[in-house]
Design a protein around this ligand. Structure first.
Ligand code: XLS
Ligand code: CA
Ligand code: CA
Length: 436
């Protein structure tokens, strides 16, 4: 196997036995009228790929990601250089970061801000040189101990202020770097016990915080999209942004629904007891489909494992939802995923991205086949046919009422509902994936 340094660029070579090639991802191949790379809009997550070094609750790093540097700022510059070199090798056009991922923490907010601004300038230069784009950035308002009881939902108003200041700096950076979006993931916005929590007040404060972010976005003329990222648990027991439906309810209660789309993460969907597809569909039918954190969890483990996605059933169903929603506008597929702790070489970083990118490219091709085949779509259309004429059409048009429906019901004999044919539809799905 080649070494990391020996891999100059990962290219599409379906017949090759070289593991450092794409077998399905052909960036320029046109699918349904546009290149694969525009359907997929892959992004690198800075926190896992450039920051994460394999630490878990039972042990320290299994990789060194200081890249030979010792001075704090030099370490972060070396990390950035590595990040852009990696994106070049993998043909990744986008990246995503938290403020704390790209710059060292100072002792005070003022000192941290200085480092952050220096690194934003550094990234701006690298973006230009390597022709890369920022899909979205965000603030890490959850790791530091002052955020132990939340950020916008902290009982301490000074913590609220620091969180706001960090988001303000993040939005300034988003504008400077031309980000396509900005993400709000709740972090520690939630609670562990109601014995110490005023839930109504905390939710009002979260809405106040987000409204101020919207106002600031307008003020500086940042045109990227705002996303809320649902997650049901971890780190708190009850997260306020539990799932897509909970987020929509919150946004509508506070009249913020026109300002935010959703960033749906596969692993968060399954932690909420939903499929990834359910969360994507919920976002889409509420006009809130925005962006995706592409990963997968382990259904035997009840926590957020952030694995690279390799399950092609899931990537197919995901891309089907993306295509049905009309494709990405500002969003994309951000690999919020890390190579396993035991996959601790730089070659593994390449191989894990190749695995994820190929699984999604294959998923895209399969989703197109499902659409072109049309049998499943036709089945669903036929299933609701009774709403297109007679009493059903009147229900949909709003031209009937309970009295008229009562009269109609009195005329009915035994009503037979047609079979849902789940197994047959699953067989079609398999036939499309693997052939007859
Ligand atoms: C954590 C989240 C986080 C967000 C960005 O579970 O996935 O990484 O994507 O703050
Ligand atoms: Ca995420
Ligand atoms: Ca996650």
């Amino acid at each position: 196997m080649k070494t990391y340094r020996e891999v100059a660029r990962v290219v599409y070579a379906p017949q090759s036995s070289d593991p450092f090639t794409f077998k399905h991802y052909d960036p320029e191949a046109v699918v349904l009228g546009k290149p694969m790379k525009e359907h997929l809009r892959f992004a690198m997550s800075y926190w896992h790929t450039i920051g994460g070094a394999g630490t878990d609750m039972f042990g320290g790093d299994t990789m060194d990601k200081k890249f030979g540097a010792t001075d704090p700022l030099a370490i972060y510059k070396a990390k950035a250089d590595f990040a852009f070199g990696l994106m070049d090798k993998l043909q990744l056009e986008y990246y995503c970061f938290h403020d704390a991922d790209i710059a060292p923490e100072g002792k005070t907010f003022r000192e941290s801000l200085g480092y952050f601004e220096t690194m934003v300038d550094y990234l701006a230069a690298l973006q230009k040189k390597h022709r890369k784009k920022l899909l979205w950035n965000t603030a890490n308002n959850f790791s530091d101990k002052k955020f132990m009881a939340g950020a916008a939902t902290s009982p301490n108003a000074d913590v609220f202020a620091i969180a706001a200041a960090k988001v303000k700096a993040g939005l300034d950076a988003a504008k400077r770097l031309g980000a396509a979006g900005y993400v709000f993931w709740g972090g520690r916005e939630g609670y562990d016990t109601l014995l110490n929590t005023d839930m109504g007040f905390e939710l009002d404060n979260l809405a106040r915080f987000l409204q101020m972010a919207v106002d600031y976005k307008r003020k500086i003329g940042f045109t990227g999209l705002f996303y809320i990222e649902p997650k049901p648990k971890e780190p708190t027991k009850h997260q306020y942004d539990f799932d897509a439906a909970t987020c929509m309810n919150f946004l509508r209660k506070y009249h913020l629904e026109t300002e935010f789309k959703l960033n749906i993460e596969a692993n968060h969907a399954t932690l909420a007891g939903h499929t990834f597809q359910h969360e994507l569909r919920t976002a889409a039918i509420n006009g809130a489909f925005g962006s995706i954190d592409a990963n997968q969890g382990d259904l035997f483990l009840g926590w957020d494992t952030d694995q690279f996605p390799t399950n092609v059933y899931d990537t197919t169903l995901c891309m089907l939802e993306v295509l049905k929603a009309g494709g990405f506008t500002s969003g994309g597929l951000n690999f919020d995923a890390k190579a396993r702790r035991q996959s601790n070489t730089f070659e593994d970083i390449l191989l894990s991205y190749i695995a994820g990118m190929d699984a999604f490219a294959l998923g895209l091709r399969m989703a197109v086949r499902l659409i072109e085949d049309g049998r499943i779509e036709d089945f669903v259309r036929h299933r609701y046919a009774s709403y297109r004429s007679g009493i059903g059409a009147q229900i949909v048009a709003g031209t009937t009422d309970f009295d008229a429906l009562f009269k109609h019901a009195l005329t009915l004999q035994d009503v037979e509902v047609e079979s849902g044919r789940q197994e047959y539809l699953e067989t079609i799905f398999n036939e499309i994936m693997f052939g007859k």
